[in-house]
Write a protein that binds this ligand. Structure first.
Ligand code: FAD
Ligand code: 2HG
Ligand code: ZN
Length: 484
């Protein structure tokens, strides 16, 4: 570990930051009893940076003052929410000169407008707490993902997170009506509107959403709420092929209409990892079938209606041969158990050891061909690799992860082959006119890949936007856009 003391400029900056946020909220490597690893290491433990300090502002005025002080000292800032991001976007680099701006103290629910179906929250509000606040008002905030117990709405907006309800409610972008943002100059843009119509020029909100902390710091947001469904049922189905899973999705759209709120696919090897590392979860049906599908039906009438709709869907699917076996959860507890299995795949992978993660999207209709061709290419190039293939099939989004062959060390495999595996997969994604990042973002992990796979005119416009809004490259440098 480096023990060099901060330069005079850094010492002056730290003193200013302490004045703005209070001594207790500016943490450095010299702060007794504090291990900065919590903020410096990414969730997948791929990267451990070194921060000059972790700064924890209490309100928007403090964020603005921190940004102004950092701008004057030419010190870059890495905004951070729950630090659950999967693409290395929320941790500092190794230089020891960056400030981590941790937003978790700004976690208040500012207002709920039940008639307007909106909620206004601060950026550091944990997603689960936002869901609970909506629930207490008798309403639904539908964004849902495995990390919801620790990710924040600011991080969800920063990455335009997806999750398991996108098929009905859209990504975080579709759920946001207004933003409050601190610019790279330390100015506050007060855009906390709950309006559903506003055509007064460029939509800056959509520029900020998904910008991964590179264009501004989101301090609060006004999000859409929805009526709660009258009944919610979950089914777990065994399907004989990816073609069958896609056919089942088509049937589910037809028969359930807007009641279809979740449609997830899980490959046999992904489920075997859950079974291996969490046997107490009792994964159903996985041993007899290459794929399982999780379907959620959120009905606006009642449970009996939901159940009869679901039963006729599954019966029809069995007659068509796209489902070979299925269970419908009998209770909310059982349904939660099935979703818990799905959400445990990421943790089971973590237990198994590193793999090469992919978060890709392709037109749903092309997914069976993509998977068949790309599986074959990978097997040819890296004999024995195991596919941890699962994801949000309803959105055409697969987590098409590549695990080392049985008996090989995962870390060594990733070190030796990550780039080559990426090239096979991303070239295929490009051939199928898909995206190399569906919902996790670009971060540092994929910043070097964008020039290879993104339209060059789009990339040039992105660079122009970055230069206009953050000319000194103060906000999260090297993320999304690599150095030119
Ligand atoms: P962080 O990790 O702290 O930051 C993510 C990015 O946003 C960084 O670039 C950061 O600089 C920026 N950022 C953070 N806060 C702000 C702010 N206030 N203003 C501006 N920029 C900011 N993602 C999905 O999309 N779908 C899933 O289903 C999903 N499941 C997951 C399951 C697990 C178990 C884990 C560990 C992760 C999962 N993720 C998923 C990824 C991750 O949870 C999301 O990307 C989430 O949105 C990140 O939120 P966060 O608060 O942790 O952000
Ligand atoms: C999910 O859908 C997350 O569970 C994580 O997006 C995906 O672990 C992954 O690859
Ligand atoms: Zn996902």
């Amino acid at each position: 570990m480096t023990t060099s003391s901060p330069s005079l400029a850094h010492t002056t900056l730290l003193a200013q930051l302490r004045q703005i946020c209070g001594d207790a909220h500016v943490l450095t490597h010299e702060t007794p009893g504090v291990d900065l690893a919590t903020w410096e290491q990414d969730w997948r433990k791929r990267v451990k940076g070194r921060a000059l300090a972790v700064v924890r502002p209490a309100d928007t005025a403090q964020v603005a003052a921190v940004v102004k002080a950092c701008a004057a000292a030419q010190t870059s800032i890495v905004p951070q929410g729950g630090n659950t991001g999967l693409v290395v976007g929320s941790v500092p680099d190794a230089s020891g000169t960056q400030i981590v701006l941790s937003m978790t103290r700004m976690n208040a629910v500012r207002a709920i407008d039940k008639d307007n179906l909106t909620i206004t929250v601060e950026a550091g509000c944990v997603l689960q707490n936002l869901q609970a606040a909506a629930d207490s008002a008798g309403l639904l905030f539908p964004l849902s993902l495995g990390a919801e117990g620790s990710c924040t709405i600011g991080g969800n907006l920063g990455t335009n997170a997806g999750g398991t309800q996108v098929v009905r409610y859209g990504n975080t972008r579709e759920l946001c009506l207004g933003l409050e943002v601190v610019t790279a100059q330390g100015e506050v843009w007060s855009g906390l509107t709950g309006l559903r119509k506003d055509n007064t020029g460029y939509d800056l909100r959509h520029l900020m959403i998904g910008s991964e902390g590179t264009l501004g710091i989101i301090t609060a947001a006004t999000m859409k709420l929805f009526p709660q469904p009258a009944a919610q049922l979950t089914a777990w189905a065994a399907v004989p092929s990816m073609e069958a899973a896609v056919a089942l999705l088509g049937l589910a759209h037809q028969r359930l209409g807007p009641s279809l709120t979740g449609f997830e696919v899980m490959g046999q090897f992904a489920l075997s990892l859950v079974d291996k590392h969490y046997p107490q979860l009792r994964v159903p049906l996985w041993q007899e079938t290459p794929w399982c599908v999780l379907i959620e039906n959120s009905d606006s009438e009642n449970e009996a209606h939901a159940r009869s709709q679901f039963e006729s869907l599954l019966e029809e699917a069995m007659n068509h041969g796209c489902v070979t076996d299925a269970v419908v959860a009998e209770s909310l507890t059982q349904a939660r158990g099935l979703w818990h299995i799905r959400e445990s795949i990421t943790l089971a992978q973590q237990q198994e050891g590193p793999n090469v993660k992919h978060d890709i999207s392709i037109a749903v209709s092309l997914i069976p061909a993509f998977v068949a061709e790309t599986d074959a290419l990978l097997a040819q190039t890296f004999p024995g690799v195991r596919m941890v293939d699962f994801g949000h099939l309803g959105d055409g989004n697969l987590h098409y992860n590549v695990q080392a062959p049985e008996g090989q060390d995962g870390k060594a495999f990733v070190l030796a082959h990550e780039d080559a595996v990426n090239t096979v997969v991303f070239d295929q994604v490009s051939r199928f006119k898909g995206s190399i990042s569906a919902e996790h973002g670009v971060g540092e992990l994929k910043a070097g890949k964008l020039p290879l796979y993104k339209d060059p005119t789009a990339l040039a416009m992105m660079r122009a936007v970055k230069k206009a809004l953050d000319p000194h490259n103060l906000l999260n440098p090297g993320r999304v856009l690599s150095a030119e």
